[in-house]
Design a protein around this ligand. Sequence first.
Ligand SMILES: Nc1ncnc2c1ncn2[C@@H]1O[C@H](COP(=O)(O)OP(=O)(O)OP(=O)(O)O)[C@@H](O)[C@H]1O
Length: 258
Amino acid sequence: MADTANRIPTVIADDVHVIYKVYGTGTRKGGATAALSRIISRKPAPGVREVHAVKGVSFTAYKGEAIGLIGSNGSGKSTLLKAIAGLQPVARGRVYSQGQPSLLGVNAALMNDLTGERNVVLGGLAMGMTKQQIHERYQDIVDFSGINEKGDFISLPMRTYSSGMGARLRFSIAAAKDHDVLMIDEALATGDAAFQRRSQDRIEELRESAGTVFLVSHGIGTVRETCDRAIWLESGVLRMDGPADEVCDAYEAFSRTG
Ligand SMILES: Nc1ncnc2c1ncn2[C@@H]1O[C@H](COP(=O)(O)OP(=O)(O)OP(=O)(O)O)[C@@H](O)[C@H]1O
């Protein structure tokens, strides 16, 4: 690890809480009079449930780090990434970041009715690349995705792609830019072995070009191979933060006994 005194922070999460409000969980009908009396008595509407998905998480991420987020299903990993990306408001606490963190998920918004080609251009523009930069990197993006390996799919609408192809194109578009903070949610779980290797190499390059990479993955093996640090969440609480191997060992021991 780099000299601690010279490390540059890229993301600071300070006591972050995220609470989802889920409406429509009750069975009572809400009349106008009932609503008025609730406003007067300041009681919450019936049928609104709160899910406290992230509970007081704090950490500092530094330039050049690749951090894996691990934890059981529903432990708050995706929610925490969304909060860091500014896509999910925090109920309490703060997130400070250098530049705009980009969340590259399997759900990144591409347009299904447009061709792969148009999506590369729109995705690039949405990430703040210029037309010139997109033009220069276009072929690399298409080659990296491997979309055209079995025919000219890039000129077909995205809805004709398999889910793996769509995910590969999303990853390729996002990985074309040097990000200050790049967050990858399960992207490596899709794609074949050759694509996974290419993605790992690209993550390595992005780290070297000094950004910070966050990776959410159910595959502990991927976190061990790709990340140097890991953060373990359980029921929204940060259980452990440290070297990837140590945290993965502890998590695996926990999963065996749990
Ligand atoms: N839009 C939402 N509305 C209400 N609750 C939500 C919403 N999204 C997630 N949750 C809840 O928040 C908690 C954390 O979910 P999150 O998706 O962040 O977990 P995760 O660790 O990424 O899970 P997984 O490993 O299954 O992908 C869960 O209890 C989940 O049910």
